[in-house]
Design a protein around this ligand. Structure first.
Ligand SMILES: Cc1cc2nc3c(=O)[nH]c(=O)nc-3n(C[C@H](O)[C@H](O)[C@H](O)COP(=O)(O)OP(=O)(O)OC[C@H]3O[C@@H](n4cnc5c(N)ncnc54)[C@H](O)[C@@H]3O)c2cc1C
Length: 380
């Protein structure tokens, strides 16, 4: 089915992204996977190319477009290239809205130009060793000391954790406030008492620096409160829809790409004297996956449109997230099986997609939590 959501401008942007990947990312990616982190030069190059801060107003150095289709193109192309390590989507689509939507004028002037030129890499730190799905269990806390807070606690699994220059930390500011006692505090690189732990050893996304963060009596100036005091929960709920859509967009692009690769593979590979593609079981596998991808693509494109037209609802975003990421996981597993032993070799794109993609049903809210949100909306 022909896709209808992109104009010539979006397709021209796709060419820019492809050229950027070919020049600035793919030649270095293997090395970044060995290093466990991408180079800061790549972030600078992305800034120079206009790939950072797509939705940030032009006066702060951004692209000035709230059309989410550009973000979708970026996510699709990075997924197809198999390069999730350079986490532009996290920076643009997940963290960007907190800064553009909640920052004061002074904060915008302080942070957004660097956000857009690639000199200021960002992270968001919600998860803790004892609190992932259940954010109310957060123990990191900040005590009010007049013109500043004293922040103590730790976070884990933080994407861009090693490279980040600016971390939005979810912390308890009112101990007895429950979900409504949490605030967003911005901690900047070099602040005394802010330390990074291990760059965590993951089964996939090897070039992505995912780290532990520690805060020991960190002095956070009051000017670094982002949004409302005790308002973090509402701010998170507002912005999580875009985060989930962004993950879902990458998921369907990943599934489609795997299907393309595998379709070619089964046409080439022979067994029992004939191509695999001639066997009914293989044909049914491909037919089923193609159908599931096509149906999912239709819903996802509708979600992207809806979001570009003013904002996707939390329930629709949850549906898109769990459905598309579970599809990606299923397709990755089936495509790997169709590659036989070669599918298990790291040098094959299908093997890398299998491990890189596995996290998709977990971060940004697990499949189970997405179903909880949907269930709550229907059943109370
Ligand atoms: C590579 C990677 C990158 C990440 N990046 C970030 C980041 O940048 N910032 C950040 O803050 N976090 C990040 N995370 C953390 C991620 O969001 C959490 O891992 C995720 O939310 C799940 O939390 P948890 O790991 O504590 O699992 P748990 O919450 O302990 O869940 C364990 C299992 O129990 C299930 N479960 C939990 N509650 C329920 C329930 N009520 N009903 C049914 N099932 C339930 C879950 O679905 C899951 O299957 C990242 C994680 C990884 C691995």
């Amino acid at each position: 089915m022909k896709r209808r959501i992109y104009s010539d401008e979006h397709e021209a942007f796709r060419e820019t992204v492809r050229a950027f990947l070919a020049k600035e990312v793919l030649p270095y990616y293997e090395q970044w996977e060995k290093d466990g982190v991408v180079s800061r030069d790549a972030w600078r190059a992305a800034g120079k190319q206009g790939l950072l801060g797509l939705a940030v107003p032009e006066e702060y150095g951004g692209g000035g477009s709230t059309d989410f289709r550009y973000s979708a193109v970026l996510a699709e192309e990075f997924t197809r290239a198999g390069t999730p390590g350079l986490a532009l989507g996290l920076h643009n689509d997940i963290i960007g809205p907190y800064l553009t939507g909640l920052a004061t004028e002074e904060q915008k002037r302080r942070w957004l130009p660097g956000f857009c030129d690639g000199s200021l890499i960002t992270a968001i730190a919600m998860t803790e060793p004892g609190a992932g799905s259940d954010l109310q269990g957060i123990r990191t806390h900040a005590v009010d000391r007049g013109d500043h807070w004293i922040l103590n606690g730790s976070k884990t699994f933080i994407s861009n954790g090693i490279l980040a220059d600016l971390v939005i930390v979810v912390a308890k500011t009112t101990p007895e406030g429950g979900a409504h006692g949490l605030s967003l505090l911005v901690v900047e690189r070099g602040t005394e008492g802010f330390e990074r732990g291990r760059n965590l050893d993951k089964i996939g996304q090897k070039a992505q620096d995912t780290a532990e963060l520690f805060f020991h009596d960190v002095r956070v100036p009051k000017e670094n409160l982002l949004g409302e005091l005790n308002g973090a929960f509402v701010h998170l709920m507002t912005n999580l829809a875009q985060e989930r859509l962004s993950i879902a967009v990458a998921a369907i692009a990943g599934a489609e790409h795997l299907l393309e690769i595998t379709t070619e593979y089964v046409k080439e590979r022979e067994a029992f004297g004939r191509p695999l593609a001639t066997k009914q079981h293989i044909r049914f596998e491909i037919a089923e996956m193609a159908t599931e991808c096509a149906v999912t693509r239709t819903f996802l494109d509708r979600c992207v449109e809806e979001h570009s037209d003013g904002g996707l609802g939390a329930v629709d975003a949850s549906m898109a997230k769990w459905w598309a990421t579970e599809l990606q996981k299923r397709v990755a597993d089936r495509c790997l099986q169709l590659h036989g032993g070669y599918g298990y070799m790291s040098e094959y794109p299908v093997a890398k997609a299998f491990t890189d993609g596995r996290i998709q049903t977990i971060y940004g809210g697990t499949t189970e939590i997405m179903k909880e949100i949907i269930g709550r909306s229907l059943l109370g």
